[in-house]
Structure formats: C-alpha cells, structure tokens
Design a protein around this ligand. Sequence first.
Ligand code: SF4
Length: 465
Amino acid sequence: MMGRQTGGQDRLFYAFDLDAIVPTNHLLRGIDKFLDLSALRQHLSSFYSYTGRPSVDPELMMRILIVGYAFGIRSERRLCEEVRLNLAYRWFCRLGLEDPVPDHSTFSVNRHGRFRDSGLFRHVFESVLARCMKEGLVSGEGFAVDASIIKADANRQRGVPGTQEIDWNDPALTTRPVREYLAALDEAADGASPRKPSKRISLTDPQSQWTAAPGGPAFYAYSANYLIDLNVGVIVDTETTTALRTDEVAVSKMMIERVADRFGLRPKRLAADTAYGTAATLAWLVEDKQIAPHIPVWDKSEGKDGLFGRSDFTWQAATDRYLCPGGTSLQRYRRTFKKKRTGITKDNTIIYRASKYDCMICPLKPQCCPRTPSRKIARSIHEEARDHARALAKTPAYEQSRNDRKKVEMSFAHLKRILKLDRLRLRGMSSANDELLLAATAQNLRKMAKLIWRPPKNDGIIAPA
Ligand code: SF4
C-alpha cells in the first residue's frame, strides 16, 4: 500500500515554526516554488499494493533525492544524515522537526524497483521541463547537443581484456549491473550486427566503456548526452550512452524526435561540434527534419601537405562530374558496363576518377596526385546536405550558434563542478541514466530559481508570528 507522510509542519509541538527559520532567500525556497509533484502519486499508483504496510511516501523520497542532486551530496547515507540535521532540507522535504528520515537503504530498493519500472525520474524531469516552458524559458527556436564523458563507478584494476572469455555464471559476478549487461547483449543479438569487443571490460560495471581523454589515462566511463534549448540553456532532454561517438550521434537524433513528440518542440537550427557533422546526420537534419545544421562538416577530403583538396575541384551537377584545376573532368564511370552499376560504395560515397592519361601529362600532378597514377574524389550521396552545412557556416547565424553552443558546455561544467557528478554513484546503464535525469532535473530547477524567482528583500528571516 502506498503510504502517506503523516504529521508535518502544521503541528507546532515545538517553540518555533520551521518555515520561519529557513531564510527567505534560500535556494531551496526558489526550487520549491517551481517543483510540483502533485501528479507523482497518481503516476505511481499502479506500482503499489492497496494492502499491506504503508511504504515511505514516494514524494518524500523524491524530494530527498532532489536535495542530493541539487547540492552535490553524493552518498545516500550522508544525504539522509544531512536531511535529518539540516532545517532547510527538512522544510523542503515537508518533514517536521521530529519526523523520522527514511533509511538510506530504502532508496536503492525503490530506485531499482518501482521508480525504474514506472519511469518516475523521466516523469519528474518532464514535469519540470513543462514548467520551464510555461515560465517562458524555452523558445524552441534553436537547440544544441553535446556529450561529455563521466567516469563510471568501476575500478580500473577490476577489468579484463575485451577478447578474454569471461564466466559470467561465476557467483562472484552475478550482480545487478552484470545481469543488466547480459540482458542488453541478448537484446542486441536480436538486432544489429555484433560490435567489435571493447579493449577492456569491467567486471563490476560491464556496460561502461574503457575510454581515455586525449593525453590522459584510460578509465571506465559512460557518455552523458544533453540536448539544450539555446534561449537560456534549459536541458530539454538527456540520455546516457556508452562512450562511443556513434552512440552519441544516434541518441541525439532520438532525443530530437522525443522532444518533438512529447512537447511539440521542433527547432529551426541545431548547434553541435564536428562529431555530429557526418554526412548521414546532416542529411537527416536537412532533408528529414528541416533543421538548419549549424555544425562543422566532418571532412577528411581537404588537402594535406599543400596538395589540392576537394574544394579545389568544381562540382558540375548537370553533367555529374568534377572539373579539376587542370581543366579536365573526373567522372563516375570511364567505361560502359553491361550490367548497370550504381557506383555507390559501402561508405555511401561515389568515386569520381580522372583519366590517368590526362594526369600523366599534367604539370599540376605533383600538387594533385604525386603518388598515384590519377586523381580520384569520393563524393558522399549526402553531399548536398554537406554543401548546405558548408554554406551555413559562412553566415552570421552560424557564428551566433557557435557562441550559443557554449551553453551546453557550461551545463556539463556545472554538472561536474557544482553538482559534483564527475563520477557516477551507481553502476549499470539504467542507473547512470537515472542519475543523469535527476541531475538534469536539479539543474533545470536551479535555473528557474535563479532566473525567475525573486526572493523578498529583507534580512532573509521571516519574523515569527
Ligand atoms: S593531375 Fe589530373 S586531376 Fe590533377 S589537375 Fe592534373 S589532370 Fe587534373
């Protein structure tokens, strides 16, 4: 049976009113103003029995978790202790002076049980986002997307090479993160082709990815992905993935679609870094979603060592060929085939080749193709989308987006430095996702409190009645 918190602050057993003690300009007062958990009991009702011993009030647990993520209190044991002792935390959690604080073990039971099954953390994140929209902080005109590596709660020493056989039935390894990892493997085996094994696999959190920042030591990590609105940097969606660029790009598309479905937000522009500038992603944005990609084009075709790059060749759409600096053409086919060919490679490119007889006698050959008989150019089947992104990169709006993109980087800096989430507290992909949803909820609440809330101008203490 779902319990309800009894007692409360209206019972003045003591000599002072808790509400009068908490400073009027305390950040939690601002957060409380924008946090509405009235729909939470309804959302969870089917996950509780109507009989039996009353549980801890889920709203109380959610408020305690929000305190933890908003103030960077990493341990649930310490969080419960802080709520027990801190009057402002007690006030925010609707606890009276003598009300007991739930035991820290209650949180892990509910996190991995009802809260996860019911999608509670996403429900609360979305209700806070809806409030941000209601307060006019989300314009929906432009979004930015980015990913940041967050260390997993996995010791570097507790891992084995990815190619090594692991006996997952070993009782010492039958933990919840391992069970989740094996379930994810089974799911993946039904769909796409198997992935290349990771260099190392953690035995404590096998879903984390062995990764390294440039120049630093390798460690196990996840990727935190944020989609933010460019107006004031409200986080409109978040998702955790493995720390692989392909997964980060794939989830960015999923987040854009989810925000459109859930809130009807369809941005006109998307700002992102080069990792998102692949031909397929640009084509998806331009052709499928009609979103202007303010993204640098992922391009390896520019010339190195002073050699001609692709931009030195002129595309002639009408005749389906490139014109080289020497004045000759690069064509898709140089002979006729009995069976018609598309000429599209498995990388979704079309190869245009110059004639080796033209190149052989060309005075520009040392600058063009000194080590091959003739020059060839790979053109993506999405080249028009790439050209569109290149053209946008010369506009003032793109320059504006480049500056605006810093807002998503600032959100990650805030997440890691202020909320102290530079290392995850829980193991497994789903727990990492729960943590990120809670942290993003806390960030959006803090943003509303900072930008909209205006505390009364006095000494911060309400005089007791
Ligand atoms: S080497 Fe060949 S492709 Fe390059 S400029 Fe000369 S003719 Fe054109």
